[in-house]
Design a protein around this ligand. Structure first.
Ligand SMILES: [Zn+2]
Length: 105
C-alpha cells in the first residue's frame, strides 16, 4: 500500500534539464533574502533547488526562470550567473559516480 520511495538513494531533479541525479552530483541552491545562494555544504534549511554543475543546466535553469518556480517567488539569481561563468571557464569535470563520500565526522 505504501508508495514511498527508497530512502537510501537520494535522487534529486535538476531544475535545468529536469533529469534526475544523485544528490552528490548536483548543486543545491537555497534562498536568502530573495537571493539565490549556492548551498555548498548542503546543510541550509528550507526549500532547495538542485542543478547539475554544468553550463548547460545552469543556463537552462536561468533562462527558464526555474529558480522562481522552484522557490515560488521572484528571486535574484545573480549568483547563479556568476557560477555559470565559472563553470564555463573552468569546465568543471563531471564527478565519477561510485566514489564513497567522506561521512565520518
Ligand atoms: Zn541537469
Amino acid at each position: 500500500m505504501s508508495t514511498s520511495l527508497p530512502r537510501a538513494i537520494k535522487q534529486r531533479t535538476c531544475i535545468g534539464c529536469r533529469g534526475v541525479g544523485h544528490a552528490n552530483e548536483l548543486l543545491r541552491f537555497t534562498v536568502s533574502n530573495a537571493y539565490v545562494v549556492c548551498d555548498t555544504e548542503k546543510k541550509r534549511g528550507g526549500r532547495g533547488a538542485w542543478v547539475h554543475p554544468t553550463p548547460e543546466c545552469l543556463g537552462q535553469a536561468l533562462s527558464n526562470r526555474a529558480f522562481n518556480r522552484a522557490f515560488r517567488s521572484a528571486v535574484d539569481a545573480r549568483d547563479v550567473h556568476a557560477l555559470l561563468d565559472m563553470t564555463k571557464e573552468r569546465k568543471l569535470p563531471e564527478k565519477k559516480a561510485g566514489r564513497e563520500p567522506m561521512g565520518t565526522r
